[in-house]
Ligand binder design. Structure first.
Ligand code: DGI
Ligand code: FE
Ligand code: FE
Length: 403
């Protein structure tokens, strides 16, 4: 059995504290290696001063090159979305079957371990390791470890505390042009200067939407990627026309089909991970899954908190009674985007400019006929959306247009 450490972090930048911790544990536990795993940072959590992921990764590689026991993996960055540690461990256990894993966490994170997603599985797959900070929290860490061990977890609290170095302080000094000697490993200071990291104006200047576009680019095939950009543009146009928020519409358009090209079983896994239950009809209709798994991915993995955008994605396929204006805009834009070329798309586009509800009715009419032709079930939300429009038309078109 090989013995390997897994040490995740933002590494913004990697500093001497990380290195001492990794090397200290590697020696104490006779590890064959320690994998440094730079983590993905969701677009909205990227602070002005943060270095782009490529640079965080490159600095880790620079340091690993100086210490044979250190390795670097881009597994989590390549996933383009926040990863659960449990998924990373599972992936590593799969690719390294004859390895015993030691999960390395800093003192702060160690005492939150019990709250991590699927903690029991983490504890089953790895020995939980930490190192106290000099002068402070040894007893607290040992008490937490003892409690975990009483539950059957395997833990290791290193007896030699390490000096606490703050990445914030490293970035502040870099911004002020002060020396980083002793704080970061050799080469990292030069790397930071050469690339102008952590200085005003050196931040990742890509907008959130640009970052979302890169994320869908890596998750979707060519056809679906182009469709998503077209829907984003069309949603923004329709939002302006009908008084919805154009920025939200654009973002929702980019993201609405984010899970469309994801393997159905992987979509089910995501739904299960987040405790989302499908109704009986949904379970039978894999084409509906991407709306639900998409919402979950945006909420939990990309950490998008805007309920308007989340709802628009959730209901973009079925619609529902009482759709918000943004939901209506996205629903219609999915039919009228520039890439669509079904025979009566012009009719649909004309309706979309005149009235969102008229366009929704026309779209649902088409969808329901198509589903019936193919012996597919129609989701009750779709029927409810349709009925609401028909009934309000019968009442003189009062309700719903400006919901
Ligand atoms: O993802 P897009 O292809 O851009 O468009 P969409 O999200 O509207 O998905 C269209 C697919 O969803 C199409 O295969 C039909 C299916 N669909 C839409 N409404 C219903 C539905 N399937 C079922 N079973 N029931 C529905 O009410
Ligand atoms: Fe869709
Ligand atoms: Fe779509």
């Amino acid at each position: 059995m090989k013995k390997m450490g897994l040490f995740g972090g933002t590494y913004d930048p990697i500093h001497q504290g990380h290195v001492s911790l990794a090397l200290g544990l590697a020696e104490a536990l006779s590890l064959d290696g320690v994998v440094l795993m730079p983590t993905f940072v969701p677009p909205h959590k990227i602070k002005e001063s943060m270095a782009p992921a490529e640079h965080r990764l490159a600095m880790c590689r620079l340091v690993a090159a100086q210490h044979p026991v250190l390795q670097v993996s881009d597994l989590e960055l390549a996933r383009e979305g926040a990863s659960f540690t449990v998924d990373t461990l599972e992936a590593l256990c799969r690719t390294h079957p004859d390895t015993e894993w030691y999960l390395i966490t800093g003192a702060d994170m160690f005492t939150t371990l019990r709250t991590w997603h699927r903690f029991e599985d983490i504890a089953r797959m790895a020995v939980l390791c930490t190192v106290p900070r000099a002068g402070t929290d040894t007893a607290r860490l040992q008490a937490y470890a003892a409690a975990l061990e009483a539950e059957g977890c395997r833990c290791y609290v290193h007896p030699c505390p390490v000096e606490d170095i703050s990445s914030t302080e490293v970035r502040r000094r870099a911004a002020a042009g002060e020396s980083l000697a002793g704080l970061v490993p050799p080469g990292v200071e030069e790397y930071i200067r050469r690339h102008g990291l952590y200085r005003d104006g050196a931040a990742d200047t890509r907008t959130r939407d640009q970052q979302f576009i890169e994320i869908i680019r890596s998750r979707l095939g060519d056809y679906r990627f182009r469709h998503s950009l077209c829907v984003a543009q069309e949603a923004r146009r329709l939002a302006r026309l009908h008084g919805a928020d154009p920025d939200k519409a654009y973002t929702a358009g980019i993201l609405h089909d984010i899970m469309k090209d994801t393997d159905p079983n992987a979509q089910l896994q995501i739904l299960e991970d987040f405790g989302i239950l499908l109704d009986g009809l949904e379970r039978q209709s894999p084409t509906l899954w991407h709306a639900r798994s998409g919402e979950a991915f945006l909420r939990h993995i990309l950490c998008i908190g805007d309920e308007d955008v989340l709802r628009a994605v959730r209901y973009h396929t079925t619609g529902r009674a009482g759709m918000t204006l943004l939901e209506q805009v996205l629903f219609v834009a999915d039919f009228t985007s520039a890439d669509r070329d079904y025979p009566d798309v012009d009719v649909m586009r004309r309706l979309a400019d005149e009235s969102l509800t008229a366009a929704i009715k026309y779209g649902i009419d088409y969808t329901i006929r198509d589903l019936l032709d193919r012996d597919r079930a129609v989701h009750p939300d779709t029927v409810a959306a349709y009925n609401e429009i028909v009934l309000s038309e019968a009442n003189g078109g009062q309700a719903n247009e400006s919901k």
